[in-house]
Design a protein around this ligand. Structure first.
Ligand code: NAP
Length: 533
């Protein structure tokens, strides 16, 4: 297994390196070092329309073969990618560090998360019950006769995935969207994020190698480069693409949702977009541990330079009682280092957004030097101030948060009711606080995908119960999650088979349950081969 890869700056179409054409050869782009803004070698050539078409057609050809592969074989493939990532960890980390300025220890953790989530999906497909087999046996003696109906989840077909800028590994080329779409049995075409092209190419080569090593059709995976929107738009509007996975801005996600909806055959777009992740600090917790809460919150909103979709960007605390907490938060912010942000665009939007909120600034960290640096900024206002300027509740990507001093439970509740959809909401409180604020919990539950008690929202465990989603605008479809094994359901659809003979039914639906799956047999869940409880 390769531990290192040479980077060529070319898209990978069904295992083959693409060549630039006359139009794209002049549009070469580079990754950049965020610390000093210098361009990094090599040059990357954007894919062109024929590349998009070739990648999609190869995926179409691969889909029927890959879609019926056994869970065991699909699991082996996912494990092979995971092993490839672990083997090339050093190479991936060095490229990602150069292209994103994220610290090596954080990237080391991200490698483990990336290979770990691939193995997590391998476990799921090898066990197999995720296909949700349901069997209602027929009864010819009933009037009218009852048909034999059996259903299970099947793959959708070729899926387009857009890598995120802020997780160059775990939400990028072989991140959660790719892992879950492949696990469900779909070929994947990734549009690489232009902020980390070399990291993307190495990750793409690892997947392509695994495709070859497992003897799969080469069209199971392709990787396309572009530093504009042409390739992404062409992918989403390609008639043979069946679904889209995206992590990024609300603007980008909404643009792709609109493109997908306008197609002659609309397709689902699973977009994980912005979130402010409101935090509610309740009186009991503030009285007990103001200092600890301030330290925890500061660590959370500055983690990764504040470039997490789960960054707590809006914090409500009881007015009056919150002064010691606010003072400590100001001290920590003033003492904080400068950060290098991921891209010049993210740094420019951050600077503009923080400047527009300058009248609320109560503390700021070290001033950034060269490159795409940013200083940490603490903003403070009152509930009335927020109500007068609702735009303050919008996401600012980077190391800043807005502390809102709210008077009493009534203002906290009003603030919660006014929230849009978010990925998370956090309550920092005592059990007595929870009893008193029970109605706050109910309001928040309707607004978010994950409700957190006495912890901070940054850090999303990859597990079976995780929900990393939430109502629009946090995501395009609040019924889904992009992290954890339930993410697989985004890329599958139920198909019912009526009256088919045993010999042609998928194994998952045969009477003798050869795969030993947990199935709903005439209304009762069981996993026995005789289907008797
Ligand atoms: P982005 O601008 O949304 O871009 C994400 C990906 O989508 C990129 O590959 C981008 O291509 C593509 N894209 C964007 N708009 C498109 C369009 N109209 N048509 C086709 N493709 C399109 O996100 P970003 O560059 O990572 O960061 C910008 C902002 O996104 C941040 O300031 C932050 O607010 C947000 N963000 C959110 C998350 C999250 O976890 N939810 C993660 C990262 C960033 P190009 O780069 O070539 O334009």
């Amino acid at each position: 297994m390769n531990t290192s890869f040479e980077v060529h700056g070319r898209s990978l179409i069904a295992g083959q390196m693409a060549s630039p054409n006359e139009a794209t050869v002049t549009r070469a782009f580079h990754g950049f070092n965020p610390v000093d803004g210098s361009a990094l070698p090599p040059a990357f050539y954007p894919a062109h329309a024929a590349d998009v078409d070739a990648a999609v057609l190869a995926a179409v050809a691969a889909a029927p073969v890959y879609g019926v592969l056994s869970g065991r074989a699909r699991g082996q493939f996912l494990r092979r990618i995971a092993d490839g990532i672990d083997a090339a960890a050093g190479c991936l980390i060095e490229h990602a560090h150069a292209e994103t300025a994220l610290p090596r220890p954080r990237l080391t953790g991200e490698v483990a998360r990336t290979s770990g989530q691939l193995r997590h999906f391998a476990d799921v497909v090898e066990e197999g019950s995720w296909v949700m087999a349901r069997i209602d046996t027929g009864n010819p003696d009933r009037t009218p006769p009852k048909p034999d109906v059996r259903s299970m989840l099947r793959p959708l077909g070729p899926v387009a995935v857009f890598g995120a800028s802020n997780f160059p590994l775990a939400f990028s080329v072989c991140g959660g969207d790719t892992a879950s779409a492949l696990a469900a049995g779909n070929p994947v075409i990734v549009k690489a994020h232009p902020a980390h092209p070399a990291t993307s190419e190495v990750a793409g080569r690892i997947v392509a190698e695994a495709v070859e090593a497992c003897g799969l059709p080469s069209g199971v995976f392709s990787l396309l480069f572009d530093d504009g929107h042409e390739v992404g738009s062409a992918l989403v509007t390609h008639p043979e693409i069946c679904a889209v996975g995206f992590t990024g801005s609300l603007r980008g996600g909404k643009a792709l949702m609109d493109l997908a909806a306008k197609r002659p055959r609309p397709i689902p777009v699973y977009a994980e977009m912005g979130s402010v992740n409101p935090v509610f600090i309740l009186p009991g917790a503030l009285a007990d541990r103001a200092e600890q809460l301030a330290t925890g919150l500061h660590g959370s909103f500055t983690l990764g330079g504040g470039q997490f979709c789960t960054k707590p960007g809006l914090v409500f605390a009881p007015a009056g009682a919150s002064s010691a907490f606010a003072e400590r938060l100001q001290q920590l912010t003033n003492a904080g280092p400068a950060f290098s942000l991921l891209t010049s665009g993210i740094a420019a939007v951050y600077e503009k957004s923080v400047a527009a909120r300058g009248h609320l600034q109560t503390a700021a960290g070290a001033t950034a030097g060269s490159g795409w640096g940013a200083k940490t900024v603490l903003l403070e206002t009152t509930f009335a101030g927020l109500a007068a300027e609702p735009a303050l509740a919008e996401e600012v990507f980077g190391p800043t948060t807005l502390l809102v001093h709210a008077h009493g439970k009534a203002e906290m509740l009003q603030a919660a009711r006014a929230l849009e959809g978010h990925l998370t909401a956090t309550i920092l409180g005592t059990e007595a606080d929870l009893v008193e604020y029970e109605d706050l919990l109910l309001v928040l539950e309707s607004k978010v995908g994950r409700l957190i008690f006495n912890a901070f929202p940054t850090g999303v465990e990859v597990c079976h119960a995780m929900v990393h989603g939430g109502p629009f605008p946090a995501t395009s479809d609040g019924r889904s999650t992009s992290v954890g094994s339930q993410a697989i359901f985004r890329f599958a659809r139920p198909v019912a088979y009526q009256g088919l003979p045993q010999s042609v039914l998928p194994e998952a639906l045969r009477d003798d349950n050869p795969l030993g799956l947990l199935r709903l047999w005439n209304g009762a869940w069981n996993s026995t081969r005789t289907n008797k409880l």
